[in-house]
Ligand binder design. Structure first.
Ligand code: GLN
Length: 521
């Protein structure tokens, strides 16, 4: 991965399975710091000494465990022994407190969501640039540090956290709140202050992002001959497009970009993807496998089963096509969060491979090429811009892998796909006509599993119920239903009930995330 010398040692984020691990890493990169982000399991497998050999600071993330379960004591002890500057966040803060001799127990008052924190030591450099000693931050904890470790300085308190922030010596800080969440005031500033106090070198920007992707690509294809043929799985989304364009530009491979037409794409998606890539000089091969997908989905109603069947079929088909073309490798748009979430990071014996050689796993005899596997979404967009990919693709709304199948409650049939596709196209069109898309994270239609009575032309009709979802969000961790103007909602309703046969009712989903998710299934 990134070759490290004194000047470019990264921050290591050890992820204990918290919800916001990715955000911690992303924030540091936004601030211009190099980051390596590893799940605790990987760190344990590889050995703390090994993974911290060349890092400038360690951040311990939040996590669902309680410190008295002693799941991560060994990791924290070992990092403490290295003397590397540390920052504990939430569970990480609690771990530091415990391992240094403090006391953690059930919080007198658990705190969730926006919480006021009172800063007791505004002169501490960790609070540099804060303009108030009462700040509103995002908390999410059941446990709390009750007694600070000996010698620790309590820097801040809240109603439920007698030690909301602490400093131990001058190299270790802990905060109970989540500075990485955009709702936390001065969150990025706190992270930056910590990095400055800890002497972490800066050096992450456009050229590093491009270098990392190119270097990863080169390492992954090292075993292939110059003109070797590979296929690239193009979905039309940002990641696979950027991966394909990058590989076209920076390798000698004979790349065949393949888009599987599984019959579950939104209206116009396949055509737009083909056109956009053509404008970049890339000809996509569209392979129609929609019958197989729709047949495989017959009778399935459980969302998880639907997802599993689709992703299995997707890979089977890709591999079948790869074989047909006699391809040696498969390019995929996998990004860092996918790698971590799938648990796909190399374990003990391969941690070094992960850093220096890149991931090279043969699946069905194919070399897997994932040049974006160390990048976050916003970095992939930046890279895409450097590669000249138009904004119309880089800003495309995310569509889940299984496409419209997860926007149809219950069994997926050809008829239902058509209904939701047409309704969805109307939602998009109306929003676009009113120029509302800029403020929205996602907007789409769902075909619910309910039916409702309607009257169309004096004739009673027992038809489909369409739900419309439009949300505002900055990173999909939290989201709010958009306050669309009533006229816009009405226009959507009128057009869907008129233009999509079989629909008798249109609802608007008001639910935020949490408690709901953005997608329905
Ligand atoms: N599980 C711990 C608690 O409930 C830490 C939570 C967290 O890191 N978000 O306090």
């Amino acid at each position: 991965m990134v070759k490290t010398s004194g000047e470019n040692r990264p921050v290591l984020v050890i992820d204990f399975g918290g919800q916001y691990g990715h955000l911690i890493a992303r924030r540091f990169r936004e601030l211009g710091y190099r980051v390596t982000h590893l799940p605790a399991k990987t760190v344990k497998g590889a050995g703390v000494r090994e993974v911290t050999a060349e890092v400038a600071g360690v951040v311990l993330s939040g996590g669902p465990a309680s410190v008295w379960e002693s799941m991560h004591d060994d990791i924290v002890r070992a990092v403490l022994n290295t003397g590397i500057p540390m920052l504990g966040i939430c569970y990480g803060h609690q771990l530091l407190a415990k391992m240094l001799g403090g006391r953690v127990s059930k919080a007198p008052k658990p705190e969730f969501g926006p919480t006021e924190v009172r800063i007791l030591r505004p002169e501490d450099p960790i609070f540099k640039g804060f303009h108030s000693d009462r700040i509103l931050v995002w908390m999410s904890h059941n446990d709390a540090v009750i007694t600070p470790p000996p010698g620790a300085e309590v820097l801040a308190v809240s109603e439920g956290s007698p030690v909301a922030a602490m400093r131990v010596g001058d190299r270790i800080y802990g905060v109970q709140w989540h500075p990485e969440v955009s709702h936390s005031q001065y969150g990025s500033r706190l992270l930056m202050n910590w990095a400055e106090i800890s002497g972490i070198p800066r050096g992450w920007g456009e050229s590093e992002i491009l270098n990392l992707a190119v270097q990863t690509l080169k390492e992954q294809i090292a075993g292939l001959e110059g003109g070797a043929r590979v296929i690239s799985a193009v979905s039309g989304g940002v990641d696979s497009t950027v991966a394909t364009v990058l590989a076209e530009k920076y390798s000698e491979l004979d790349i065949i970009p393949v888009l599987l037409e599984h019959g579950l794409h939104p209206a116009g998606w396949v055509e737009d993807t083909v056109d956009a890539l053509r404008s970049l000089g890339i000809e996509v091969v569209v392979v129609d496998v929609s019958d197989r997908f729709l047949d495989a989905l017959k009778g399935l109603t459980d969302p998880e089963v639907k997802r599993k069947v689709i992703s299995r079929l997707y890979f089977d088909e890709l591999h079948r096509i790869a074989k047909e073309y006699n391809a040696k490798g498969l390019i995929q748009g996998t990004i860092y969060p996918d790698v971590i979430e799938s648990g796909g990071l190399p374990g003990a014996d391969r941690i070094k491979t992960h850093h220096n050689i890149g991931h090279r796993e043969a699946a069905h005899g194919l070399i897997i090429i994932e040049p974006l596997r160390w990048l976050y979404k916003d970095e992939v967009r930046r890279l895409g811009r450097m590669l000249g990919i138009p904004d119309s693709i880089l800003n495309r709304q995310p569509v889940p892998g299984p496409g419209l199948a997860v926007r149809i409650e219950g069994e997926v049939t050809r008829e239902k796909v058509e209904v939701v596709r047409r309704a969805d196209a109307i939602v998009r069109e109306v929003i676009r006509n009113h120029k509302l898309e800029e403020g929205l994270w996602q907007y789409f239609a769902i075909l619910t599993g309910s039916r409702a009575t309607g009257v169309k032309g004096d004739r009673r009709e027992y038809g489909y119920v369409i739900a419309v979802r439009a949300v505002e969000s900055s990173e999909a961790m939290t989201a709010r239903a958009a306050r669309l103007p009533w006229e816009v909602l009405e226009e959507i309703m009128v057009r869907i009930t008129r233009e999509v046969p079989g629909v008798t009712r249109v609802l608007y989903d008001l639910t935020s995330k949490p408690p709901a998710t953005i997608e329905w299934e």
